[in-house]
Design a protein around this ligand. Structure first.
Ligand SMILES: *Cc1c(COP(=O)(O)O)cnc(C)c1O
Length: 362
């Protein structure tokens, strides 16, 4: 069978080795006689899986000890509400940077809990760039500043971390689609969150990393399940966590460690992105709308000169084993998501196919 390369934006490709291990352990995890799916979340077997996941994650991402790591359900979308509910802390407003569809959703939800101050936006150019910090207008009274380091739909990535030193404004990031794609200095952030189905696991789990002094005060009426402190005090076992998603994410984290960690991953991710963007820049058959310095290493949107060829492109791509390349329904065109588990070889095959398709339809 020809290899299949899956460019889905999420749920997305997972490392083959991880899926094989999950298959081998499906009916009997480590001699327990149970599938991980059948285990009590409070039993010693699953407790060991959860503890290992947190330890490995802390080591891999160099998470400082004064940060809590929470394993929650409800997706990254629930964080759009949980962040303001927990971090407004008696203040009136919060800062948001608006760089696309995900930040727009986050700030709309925040408006239910506080005034939203949009400190910068790239809406003027259809969200195709990341506004540099010298153009920001930050409300110093804002409870925090929220941004989206990688806009999964628009393919816009901040290749720098906003600098809020000299203020007491915590930096908050929805890093769903770039989590673990490169080293990250967690100490620069008050809170980061990531739905795992983009780069580190299956759907159903959202990882929240939060500085512990920021939690404990919620807006009135906050549901118990939306209170970070409840989850932190109960080691993410206040209710049943998404156990199977945690297990698979744990296997992915082990895989990342074996691959040499986040520095090694970053190298490969740079090579993959460079290969694809360099090609896109040599042709006018394809077009990437994103400003060069802000192009995402993870999600590469591109259009064909003639959108009438989109269906044919997707059809032929499938026969080459290249799947899930269709762009987001809101922007059309194509999108190649090239997360950690996409090998360099997959991008090579894609670029070769794109060359061939372009010369056949020139
Ligand atoms: C996918 C995605 C979300 C939404 O995640 P859900 O788990 O579906 O709620 C939010 N933000 C970003 C940046 C995403 O890529």
């Amino acid at each position: 069978m020809e290899p299949i390369y899956n460019f889905s934006a999420g749920p997305a490709v997972l490392p083959k080795e991880v899926l094989q291990q999950a298959r081998d352990e499906m009916l009997d995890w480590h001699g327990s006689g149970m599938s991980v799916m059948e285990m009590s979340h409070r039993g010693k077997e699953f407790m060991s899986i959860a503890a290992r996941l947190e330890t490995d994650l802390r080591e891999l991402a160099s998470i400082p000890p004064n940060y809590k790591v929470l394993f929650l359900s409800g997706g990254a979308s629930s964080q759009f509400a949980m962040v303001p509910m927990n971090l407004v802390r008696g203040k009136k407003s919060a800062n948001y940077i608006n760089t696309g569809q995900w930040s727009t959703k986050a700030l709309k939800e925040a408006k239910k809990y506080c005034a939203v101050h949009v400190a910068a936006s790239s809406e003027d150019a259809n969200f195709t760039y990341a506004p540099t910090q010298d153009k920001w207008n930050i409300d110093p009274e804002g409870a925090y500043l929220h941004y989206t380091p990688n806009e999964t739909i628009g393919g816009v990535e901040f290749n720098w971390i906003p600098d809020l030193s000299g203020t007491d404004i915590p930096l908050v990031a929805d890093i769903s689609s770039a989590f673990m794609s490169r080293p990250l200095d967690v100490s620069r952030f008050g809170l980061i969150y990531a739905g795992t189905q983009k780069n580190v696991g299956p759907a159903g789990l959202c990882i929240v990393i939060v500085r512990e002094d920021l939690i404990g005060t919620t807006v009135p009426g906050t549901p118990t399940m939306f209170d970070y402190k409840i989850h932190a005090d109960n080691d993410s076992m206040y209710n049943t966590p998404p156990t199977y998603a945690m297990y698979i994410t744990g296997l992915v984290v082990e895989w990342l460690k074996q691959k040499g960690g986040l520095q090694a991953m970053e190298k490969i991710n740079i090579a993959k992105a460079r290969l694809l963007y360099d090609f896109l820049d040599t042709t006018d058959f394809y077009h990437c709308p994103v400003a060069k310095p802000d192009r995402s290493r993870m999600n590469v949107p591109f259009t064909l000169k003639d959108p009438g060829l989109d269906e044919e492109f997707l059809k032929q791509a499938r026969t080459h084993g290249l799947i899930q390349l269709k762009g987001h329904r809101s922007v059309g065109g194509m999108r190649a998501s090239i997360y950690n588990a996409m090998p360099l070889e997959g991008v090579k095959v894609l670029v070769e196919f794109m060359k061939e398709f372009a010369s056949n339809h020139a």
